[in-house]
Design a protein around this ligand. Structure first.
Ligand code: MG
Length: 420
């Protein structure tokens, strides 16, 4: 087996740099929702000791002193760049698993006729750099777990050409000997502590431990990891993304609010998003949970956390049905006199649309399906929420601060780079 993992270095930061080369060499951070914390850091920022998730107000002095470029998250840009990244890899191999927005697993079996696979991958790295402006690293190995490790070294050692392969015992031994077990994919804090008590602190020690002995003391997960470290592939490529069993949409507001209208509009927005997700995976949901809360960190505010679940008469994927249920839910939980900071919804009891059993009294209206289909098509073509339910409102006064967002270079005609 030949697996590969291609990963974009500092993905959000690299997307920003791709459209503004002046950012190269300058410290760059991208902030989380509501411009709170640093969720992506350039290497210059990492070198200054700024940790992942550091709150902006705690690093203000560094931001000033080192002239950081600071961005709000620009999800339209990152999502589009992620699609393009995936498409570039698809030109090199058809067997891909999109593991996250900036990480793709793939398999190269059957591609041996291309000769030196390391060189073939270096060509891919160059191609992605030239085509998208994104710096990536590739790890090649006989298992997915080893790919993660190969990729880690490709990045941390700044390997020439961006590709590192782990096939020979010599390379494997060198790589695993100095790798702490907690750096292995799938080995969390608990396993790390437990393994340390048994004298296992490096990946090499885990690989060479007796399999039966490990199985007796740990779950099958750790045993599987041990086998993967030995080069025996236990984890396949999941080419089809698994369907979600629950869909959750929740966000904090930019400002606290007491208004039921604002809450209803925020919830209406979340319901629309969730139903689009629901339909895109061809599922229906049986119930919806709606929740609202004040800010638990705000000492001077009276606290209120409430939620309620409403069961629909029949499983459905119809936005209007869920909007009506959500409004009903909000009426039940809303209380005046509180400053609300967050609202969210969850669709539960998901099942495949094609296999739902209805009873004698259910009359399915094909017309409703057609309306939803048309709405999704129009919104996909002309922009999110061009068509929407009235309960969602038009002002979106609740949205979070994102004052430092870069233009939507690739998804909006108005934001396309021009000569200036
Ligand atoms: Mg990455």
């Amino acid at each position: 087996m030949i697996f590969g993992l291609c990963d974009v270095n500092n993905f959000y930061v690299s997307c920003e740099r791709s459209f503004d080369p002046r950012l190269n060499g300058r410290p760059v951070i991208v902030l989380s929702n509501n411009d709170g914390c640093a969720v992506a850091r350039s290497n210059e920022v990492k070198a200054l000791g700024v940790k992942m998730g550091a709150p902006l107000h705690q690093i203000q002095h560094l931001v000033k002193q080192h002239n950081f470029a600071v961005f709000s998250s620009n999800y339209s840009l990152y999502a589009d760049m992620s699609h393009r990244f995936e498409a570039m890899i698809e030109k090199y191999t058809p067997n891909i698993e999109k593991y996250s927005c900036d990480e793709m697993f793939f398999q190269l079996d059957g591609q041996e006729h291309r000769g030196n696979l390391g060189a073939y991958m270096r060509q891919m790295v160059q191609d992605i750099k030239r085509g998208l402006g994104l710096p990536v690293c590739v790890g090649l190995a006989p298992t997915k777990t080893l790919c993660k490790i190969a990729n880690h070294y490709a990045k941390s050692l700044s390997v020439a050409g961006g590709v590192l392969t782990l096939f020979s015992e010599y390379n494997l031994k060198n790589a695993l000997e100095i790798l702490p077990v907690n750096e292995i994919w799938g080995i969390g804090r608990k396993h790390t502590e437990h393994l340390a008590k048994l004298g296992i602190t490096t990946a090499l020690q885990l690989r060479d431990a007796e399999r039966k002995w490990i199985r007796k003391r740990f779950s099958v997960v750790v045993e599987r990891t041990l086998m993967e470290l030995r080069g025996v592939s236990c984890l396949e490529l999941n080419e089809v993304a698994e369907k979600k069993k629950q869909i959750v949409c929740t966000r904090s507001f930019g400002e606290k609010t007491e208004s039921q209208t604002v809450l209803r509009e925020a919830i209406g927005y979340h319901v629309s998003r969730a139903c689009v997700d629901l339909r895109s995976q061809q599922s229906v949901a049986k119930s919806i949970t709606v929740g609202i809360r004040t800010n638990p960190f705000s000492k001077q505010d009276r606290q209120c956390v409430r939620s309620v679940t409403i069961e629909l008469p029949y499983p459905t994927d119809n936005t209007c049905d869920f909007q009506a249920a959500a409004t009903q839910a909000l009426n039940r939980i809303y209380q005046t006199g509180y400053k609300y900071k967050k609202a969210g919804i969850m669709l539960n009891g998901l099942s495949d649309k094609g296999v739902v059993q209805y009873d004698l009294f259910h009359r399915h209206q094909p017309k409703d399906d057609a309306i939803m289909q048309v709405m999704d098509q129009i919104n996909a073509r002309y922009g999110k929420d061009v068509l929407r339910c009235g309960s969602q409102g038009f002002e979106a006064t609740w949205v979070m601060n994102s004052n430092r967002k870069s233009p939507r270079y690739t998804t909006d005609w108005n934001d396309i780079i021009g000569a200036s």
